[in-house]
Design a protein around this ligand. Structure first.
Ligand code: ADP
Ligand code: MG
Ligand code: MG
Length: 892
């Protein structure tokens, strides 16, 4: 604590860039004050003061005097003293951190009222009802948020009073009723809080300020910060703002407004207004609000002023703002503004609208949108024009629109889906036993649990639609049904769930493709209706991104069809072509022969059979990606993956045995399966290790690639294959494989007379490879970081297991805010990537560097890869637009 440190800022002293110090609310109140807008005077206690309080357990020594000085000044300006008996100054005490945070303390209004000053207020306002209404609000809010009294006790008491009088809305309560309620409320406080409601106005204010500080460390606030990765030591600011009153009769009121439509981005009048009301009444839904446009006929002067102010704010913030305002007897007051939340579609439209209005430039427009929003726009969705029956609402846990028959257990989900039925798995909550059912289902619906629940985490990992925590649903697993507000849904009834909105519908809601995907696919162009307006905006933003980005974006694609789609989506090559699928299906038999081969002859014969098939695959792929690089990864997975399941095979052999019907091949297969069985296959015989122990396997693949490239060249094509060796841990492995590969390539070049210009590189997916990247670069012409495996091996996590087992606990405890398989772990895995980049480039300055794996399409990870200087990211075709956009945002 520094002696000269200033802990309190008058609203006239701050500005919008001081969010760290003054919190979002305080910084913007100051900004509006300095713009000359009508903001009730007040001051902000800094986050620094909060930090001192949290660290030392007491407020900074200087704070009390500083608050007193600012309060004095405020009293001077207002011409009345806090809580003064005959004419009280009243204030609100409002929390406001840098980021708005659920779990932080609610605002307390009307501080300064007491048994004495309530009469003063009544006289001054000439309205007794108003004064007592304000007082009962103070006791209620103060009791609940500062003294920790259960808020329902007050609500119940208020409800009782209304019932006793036979009225339904609080405005029908008269001064006399409110006096009685105040008495009752004070009793509740004394009983529940073990102390009387404080009558000293300054004590009220000080206690409220302290309560705001303390609310930084409630469990809810802490959990939220851990999950959102908000540092725990930022602290919150406290705003003390002189009260203005919207509850002074019909010429008063309070409202919220947006400077443009947060759903479409269109300019117009959007908001709600409530006459004769204070603060939270608008959002609390106690009485019905009217559309903001109606204010024009209620109070034309205030309405016009509000419109002018909104324009000022938009031009000033150069963005959509939301605002809170109050009208006190015809006088308009601004109580809050901030850059407002908006839907994904509106974000794109607003960004381009603002460019057209000349308010922002293109790089800034890129910062106004993000990849998560674009991804959201790319999911198919329910037809908004369809007639629907809404059953309930939960948390939008994993996006998408899923329709299917309700099933209430995993077993049925699997059974029904095997027979071709689409199912929605409905559970109270899921656990690892539900995994098969989750895989089989179109979507998952639970009645309990939040965004980090098992269902939500696993569904996101699988890319499956999920709505969780739909609390209105009563799921009865035993009777295979659920009840929602009286409606019974039996097993087999069709339901539709929207993982982007959390809505649950009865029956089948038609699904429509995303217009944005239609656009990327080339099936939709510019036009005039609403969807096309969005498409236009996306089109323009993508063009900005492509113009500035440095990272190239490639696709993970294994066949010509995916490659063509990836190209339409803007892929600049293939970063990962897995060759394992080329060994499946009807080719499995050949692979079995290869694995069972006892002699070199048998082995070569099997490889010989595979060669032309592989070659054909590559010819098609190179043609689809003509002129662009195609990185082909040689065979990676362990061999047992190509053999029959051990249990099935054992049963088959045993049955045959009992029938005395020997199948020599099955017996040999079973032996092979046993021989190849590994406890930890992911750490076993796979990748380059396979290439080194199965003679001819990798060279066959290299030959197929080389011959395919030669064939394409002879057909006047422009094939650009890059051969990638997986799971290398040491340069020696790579050297041996390279030597053999170079020999094969030379042979093909000699035989065809074509100069192939093939490059050979490696994946960096083991910690040892990253640590010895300098040596490996001697033998590799490129690196591709396989961050999936690298994450597994650096953390020692099995990706296939941990998401369903303990990740939920880890996320809930805030050990990480997001799965490291979703967003790259910068400190651990990322630092290995960074050092490998440096070491690799030190050895070979023109080393080409990329990343393949899920992280290549993850927004935050893309920024990291940009920053460490990779040349490209590679991701699934569907994620390409997201990667392009984020690469642009990283560079802008
Ligand atoms: P939140 O962050 O929950 O919006 P606020 O501090 O903005 O909390 O306040 C809650 C409500 O009280 C808002 O409607 C706000 O406009 C109103 N309010 C806050 N301070 C005052 C004041 N000084 N005079 C009148 N209304 C106020
Ligand atoms: Mg507010
Ligand atoms: Mg791998």
């Amino acid at each position: 604590e520094n002696k000269d440190q200033k802990f309190v800022y008058d609203f006239t002293e701050g500005n919008k860039d001081l969010k760290d110090l003054l919190g979002g609310k305080g910084a913007n109140l100051a900004e509006m004050t300095n713009l000359g807008l009508p903001v009730p005077p007040g001051f902000t206690i800094t986050t620094e003061a909060c930090k001192v309080y949290l660290e030392s357990g007491s407020e900074p020594a200087a704070l009390r005097d500083e608050v007193s000085a600012h309060l004095d000044a405020l009293e001077q300006q207002m011409g009345k003293k806090l809580g003064q008996a005959d004419n009280p100054l009243l204030v609100s005490v409002r929390s406001g951190a840098k980021f708005s945070m659920p779990g932080m303390m609610d605002t307390v209004l009307n501080i300064g009222l007491s048994d004495e000053s309530v009469t003063g207020l009544a006289t001054q306002a000439g309205d007794e009802r108003f004064a007592w209404d304000s007082y009962r609000r103070l006791i209620q809010m103060f009791g609940k948020t500062v003294l920790g009294v259960d808020g329902e006790l007050f609500e119940d008491a208020l409800e009782e009073a209304k019932q006793a009088k036979g009225v339904t809305v609080d405005t029908d309560l008269e001064a006399g009723d409110l006096k009685k309620i105040v008495k009752h409320f004070k009793k509740i406080v004394s009983r529940e809080a073990g102390r009387d409601f404080p009558q000293d106005p300054r004590e009220q204010m000080d206690l409220a300020i302290k309560a705001v500080f303390d609310s930084w460390n409630t469990d809810r606030a802490k959990l939220y910060r851990r999950q959102e990765r908000i540092p725990g030591d930022l602290g919150t600011a406290v705003n003390v703002c002189s009260m203005v009153f919207g509850n002074l009769g019909p010429d008063s009121g309070t409202g919220v407004a947006f400077t443009r439509d947060p759903a479409s981005g269109h300019q117009g009048v959007y908001g709600d207004y409530l006459q004769n009301a204070q603060g939270e009444d608008v959002v609390a839904g106690i009485r019905n609000t009217v559309p903001l446009a109606d204010l024009e006929s209620i109070d034309k002067k205030s309405y016009d002023q509000l419109m002018t102010i909104m324009e000022t704010l938009e031009t000033h913030y150069k963005d959509l703002c939301d605002i809170e305002f109050t009208i006190e007897r015809g006088q308009l007051w601004m109580l809050q503004t901030r850059v407002g939340k908006r839907t994904a579609g509106a974000a794109f439209r607003i960004a381009t609208q603002l460019v057209d209005q000349g308010l922002i430039d293109e790089p800034e427009a890129l910062q106004r949108v993000n990849g998560a929003q674009l991804a959201q726009l790319m999911f198919p969705r329910f037809d908004e024009s369809a007639k629907t029956e809404l059953l309930g609402r939960g948390i939008a846990a994993s996006p998408g629109a899923a329709v299917g028959k309700a099933v209430f257990d995993s077993y049925t989900a699997v059974k029904w889906s095997r027979s071709g039925e689409k199912v929605i798995l409905i559970r109270r909550e899921t656990n690892p036993d539900d995994l098969d059912g989750m895989i089989a289902a179109e979507g998952i619906l639970t009645s309990r649990g939040g965004k980090t629940s098992h269902a939500a985490v696993v569904a996101r990992g699988m890319g499956k639609t999920c709505v969780c925590g739909a609390e209105e649903l009563e799921v009865d697993t035993k009777r295979r049904r659920m009840t929602v507000n009286g409606t019974v849904i039996e097993e087999g009834d069709v339901v539709s769930i929207d993982g982007s909105t959390g809505k649950v519908y009865l029956g089948e809601v038609p699904v429509v493709p995303s217009p944005v995907v239609e656009y990327f696919e080339g099936r939709m162009h510019a036009g005039a209706d609403d969807a096309d307006e969005l498409v236009q905006a996306v089109h323009r933003i993508m063009a900005y991104a492509d113009r500035v980005r440095r990272l190239r974006v490639r696709a993970n694609a294994d066949n010509a069809e995916d490659a063509l789609r990836a190209r339409r989506f803007g892929a600049q090559g293939i970063g990962l072509c897995r060759t394992e699928h080329m060994f499946l299906g009807e080719r499995r038999e050949m692979v079995e022969r290869l694995i069972l081969a006892d002699t070199d002859e048998e082995r070569s014969a099997a490889l010989e059979q595979l060669l032309p098939l592989q070659k054909k695959d590559f010819v098609e792929l190179f043609e689809a990606m003509d002129g662009l690089p195609v990185t082909v990864r040689l065979l990676d997975p362990p061999l047992h993956e190509f053999l029959p399941d051990i249990t099935e095979l054992s049963v088959r052999v045993a049955l045959a045995e009992s029938r005395k019907d020997h199948n020599e091949n099955d017996l040999r297969l079973l032996q092979a399966v046993h021989r190849l069985h590994e406890q930890n296959p992911m750490l076993g015989l796979r990748g380059v290790r396979l290439g080194l122990v199965i003679p001819g396997l990798f060279t066959m693949q290299v030959r197929a690639i080389a011959e395919a490239a030669a064939e394409r060249k002879n057909a006047k094509g422009d094939p650009r294959p890059e051969i990638m060796i997986p799971l290398v841990g040491t340069v020696q492995e790579l050297e041996i494989v390279r030597e053999e590969a170079d020999a094969v390539i030379a042979e093909v070049e000699a035989a065809t007379g074509v100069d192939l210009k093939l490059t050979i590189g490696t994946m960096i997916e083991l910690p040892r490879a990253a640590l010895t990247a300098g040596q490996i670069a001697e033998a590799a012409q490129f690196f591709s970081f396989g961050t999936n495996d690298l994450t597994q091996t650096v953390w020692g996590f099995s990706r296939d297991d941990v998401e369903a087992s303990f990740f939920t606990a880890y996320l809930e405890k805030g050990i990480f805010g997001v799965s490291p398989f979703e967003t790259i772990d910068k400190d651990g895995v990322g630092s290995l990537v960074r050092s490998a980049v440096e070491a690799g480039r030190a050895t070979r300055p023109d080393l080409k560097l990329g990343v393949c794996g899920e992280h290549g399409g993850d927004p935050e990870s893309v920024h990291f890869f940009h920053e460490v200087g990779l040349d490209y990211v590679s991701c699934s075709p569907f994620r390409i637009p997201v990667a392009r956009l984020e690469a642009g945002r990283a560079a802008a």
